[in-house]
Design a protein around this ligand. Structure first.
Ligand SMILES: Nc1ncnc2c1ncn2[C@@H]1O[C@H](COP(=O)(O)OP(=O)(O)OP(=O)(O)O)[C@@H](O)[C@H]1O
Length: 206
């Protein structure tokens, strides 16, 4: 398999009912993952994040997941699940240091959001703040599980632009689960569709 230096590579990964999933994602590239409900998209992301048991090889910049302590892998490979978890009372408690104001503004927040109680956040607010929380960690790989699913169309487009801008600037390799064909066409040049027990590459441009 062709592998760009620094890329995320999956080779014959098997998790749950999925088998033989092989592809790679270059730094700064977004690859979309789609497929019917229950096919295993979230489980595949969890396998890449090293939080779900799986078979096959997963490498980042040539280093195997299996050769690295999990906490070290998870510093470099960060997942934003569809339902984010929050542990502290306030938004600020989940960030080291100040929340970056330009990112907050791009996501539709003012600086006061830092002091907000997590319990008051709407689903869409939680979703956007979970994306920011992951982004400020500056991982090498970002795993996004339907990152705009709880947002209205206008906010979804603004969040999508912010994500693409930061992904390109920080050269992250990104796996992005999406259902909307128009969003997939906007954000990714490559699209991997998971099907019963495996995968097919739907679209690949140079
Ligand atoms: N820990 C687990 N053990 C056994 N089966 C599981 C586990 N987690 C998920 N599953 C099952 O594996 C299948 C794939 O789940 P997954 O959450 O990856 O689907 P998905 O493709 O992300 O679906 P959706 O689009 O609905 O979110 C489902 O049938 C689910 O019930």
């Amino acid at each position: 398999m062709e592998e760009t230096p620094g890329s995320l590579a999956l080779e014959n990964v098997a998790v749950g009912a999925l088998n033989a999933v092989s592809f790679s994602v270059a730094p700064g590239e977004v690859v979309c993952l789609s497929g019917p409900s229950g096919v295993g998209k979230s489980r595949l992301l969890r396998a890449v994040a090293d939080i779900e048991a799986h078979q096959g090889a997963i490498r980042l910049a040539g280093e195997a997941q299996s050769s690295m302590p999990a906490h070290q892998w998870r510093r470099r490979v960060v997942m934003v699940p569809a339902d984010s978890q929050w542990w502290f009372d306030t938004v600020a408690g989940h960030f080291d240091g100040d929340l970056p104001e330009d990112d907050l503004a791009a996501l539709g927040f003012g600086p006061e959001v830092a002091g907000w109680s997590v319990s008051r956040l709407s689903t869409g607010e939680r979703q956007r703040l979970a994306l920011l929380r992951a982004m400020v960690l500056e991982p090498g790989v970002l795993l996004l599980d339907e990152p705009t699913s709880n947002l209205d169309a206008e906010r979804a487009r603004a969040t999508e632009r912010w994500l693409l801008d930061r992904i390109e600037a920080r050269r992250m390799a990104v796996l992005w689960v999406a259902h909307d064909a128009e969003q997939i066409a906007r954000v990714a040049r490559r699209h991997v569709r998971l099907v019963d027990h495996g995968m097919e590459v739907v679209r690949e441009c140079d």
